[in-house]
Ligand binder design. Structure first.
Ligand code: NAI
Ligand code: MG
Length: 510
């Protein structure tokens, strides 16, 4: 009996081993490491995505005037998730009229304390549905669940809570003044933080008594439309927020609509410039949050390991799809060799793959055109003489992927040192003195953000006052809070979002 039992156990072991052989070998090849985590995918089966998504106008979901729909795909698998309505000028016109009616009849007249109650209600429902929203954000946009769950969703709720608090206190926000709403705000947002950008724009507009027409990005509309359902659930009066989906033409129709009092745009500098031209002389208010090419400045006296972690998080997490991503690294010469060695070691451990896996650091690139742009710019860096270092990780066969990459031997004239890549690609350069560091950091058309890494408080203050960037982080990176204004200089745009300055952008203050 004993012998039989032993044989059985041995056979069972043998068959288990033979099943595991293939995946284990693949894993070794994939990650080029001797160990790996077991897969830990976030549960997503319970969240159903409707096959079709309509426009949200005057409190109801409605078919688009054109009758046309376009697909939204999962960039990690290239599978079609749903169809999104393509709004045109007629739809934009309906939405603006609904927003105007809601502004004049309801929202613009409502006491601030009542508006605040709706915003609190929305914030609480967002918290209740945070897990579902994070999963949808990850499936539709490609960002790791770690990011959507731990960064995006908490900040989305925080923005609604923060602005709910201001709704009945605007006269204290601007003492001695009489803040009044602007009217109808047209808001156009990008695909890198779909729900967070919606929150950044909608929450302050509503707190100040404005109504909204929002145009999400064409690759990531699903969570904005889920937010529309939350507005319905919160009984937000019809027309206070309207959502018209579509691509650039839909956005342009909103910009050019005469019934809009303000445009708030986040996206590329190219489109931002076009919007600024279109609005010149119209009297419409405008805030623009455009691209960036942030510098992380790493001094010899910095805690190097901590700095490397900050630099890594600042450019690789979220696939570098962050307008304030630290895409340039300036290293003081004395520590250059150490920093490069540590960077190379660390990017080798970053996990690229299934965005729904809780251990994934780098998810899918949001779209094929974005992947092509990243490839083209990295190739231009190599052609111009830069040296390429890439993680040896293998990438999934389907979907849009780019491995964590850094370029050394980059000069300030190279395209990779000047243009926004918007991918997991870092350009590394050196400096000797603080003066050289801020001159080089400032020598670009952008001025959105920067990071300073040093042990010396005096150096932090000096650099922060010299670096021309809207946000300067010291010994940390990419930290956000609704109380803190965010925005840029130069071609990174103008106006601020968040904090008092952000409120001021949605009021007449006089
Ligand atoms: P984009 O600027 O074309 O898209 C942003 C939003 O503007 C989308 O909702 C889009 O539908 C809308 N839009 C496009 N053309 C418009 C027009 N003529 N009038 C009004 N709205 C319009 O950006 P895209 O093409 O998705 O990305 C291109 C590059 O822009 C990226 O590679 C990246 O460098 C940069 N970008 C920067 C962002 C930021 O957060 N600052 C966000 C997204 C992209
Ligand atoms: Mg999509």
């Amino acid at each position: 009996m004993k012998a039989t039992l032993k044989t059985v156990t041995k056979n069972a072991m043998a068959s288990r081993t033979s099943q595991l052989v293939v995946p284990l070998r693949n894993r070794r090849l994939n990650f080029d490491s001797k160990w790996d985590y077991a897969p830990a995918p976030e549960e997503s089966k319970n969240y159903v995505i409707a096959p079709r998504h309509e426009l949200f106008i005057a409190g109801k979901f409605a078919r688009p005037h054109s009758g046309k729909y376009f697909p939204s795909i999962n960039p990690a698998t290239e599978e079609k998730l749903t169809e999104i309505a393509e709004g045109d000028r007629a739809d934009v016109d309906k939405a603006v009229k609904a927003a105007r009616a809601a502004y004049e009849k309801v929202w613009g007249r409502m006491p601030g304390r009542e508006r605040g109650k709706y915003l609190y209600r929305v914030a609480r429902i967002i918290q209740e549905k945070a897990r579902e929203l994070a999963v949808l954000e990850t499936i539709d946009g490609g960002k790791p669940i770690k990011e959507s769950r731990d960064v995006d969703l908490p900040l989305v709720a925080a923005h609604f809570f923060y602005h709910a608090g201001w709704a009945d206190k605007l006269k204290y926000a601007f003492p001695g003044k009489n803040p009044r709403p602007l009217g109808v705000a047209g808001q156009i947002i990008p695909w890198n933080f779909p729900l967070l950008m919606a929150a950044w724009k909608i929450a302050p507009a509503l707190a100040c008594g404005n109504t909204v027409v929002l145009k999400p990005a064409e690759t990531t509309s699903i969570t904005a439309l889920r937010l529309a359902q939350i507005f319905q659930e919160a009984d937000l009066p019809a027309g206070v927020v309207n959502i018209v989906t579509g691509a650039g033409e839909t956005g342009a129709a909103l910009v050019n609509h005469p019934g809009v009092d303000k445009i708030a745009f986040t996206g590329s500098t190219e489109v931002g410039k076009r919007i600024a031209q279109a609005l010149a002389g119209t009297g419409k208010k405008l805030t623009l949050e455009l691209g960036g090419k942030a510098a992380n400045i790493l001094f010899e006296d910095a805690p190097i390991d901590q700095a490397i972690e900050g630099v890594i998080a600042g450019i690789y997490f979220n696939q570098g799809h962050v307008c304030c991503a630290g895409s340039r690294l300036f290293v003081q010469e004395g520590i250059y060799g150490t920093v490069i060695r540590k960077l190379r070691d660390r990017i080798g451990t970053l996990r690229v793959g299934n965005p729904l896996d809780k251990n994934t650091d780098i998810g899918a690139i949001n779209s094929k055109p974005q992947l092509e742009k990243i490839r083209m710019l990295v190739q231009s860096g190599v052609d111009e003489g830069a040296h390429l270092t890439q993680s040896p990780c293998a990438l999934p066969a389907r979907g849009y992927w780019f491995p964590p990459t850094f370029l050394t031997g980059v000069t300030m004239a190279n395209r990779v040192a000047q243009e926004e890549i918007f991918g997991p690609v870092l350009s590394v350069m050196t400096f000797r003195t603080p003066e050289e560091a801020f001159e080089r950091a400032n020598n670009i058309p952008y001025g959105l953000s920067a990071g300073i890494w040093t042990d010396k408080g005096s150096k932090i203050f000096k650099m922060a006052s010299k670096v021309r960037a809207g946000v300067v982080w010291a010994n940390t990176y990419n930290k956000f809070d609704p109380t803190s204004p965010f925005g840029g200089y130069k071609e990174s745009g103008f106006g601020r979002e968040g904090g008092l300055q952000g409120l001021g952008a949605y009021c007449h203050i006089g």
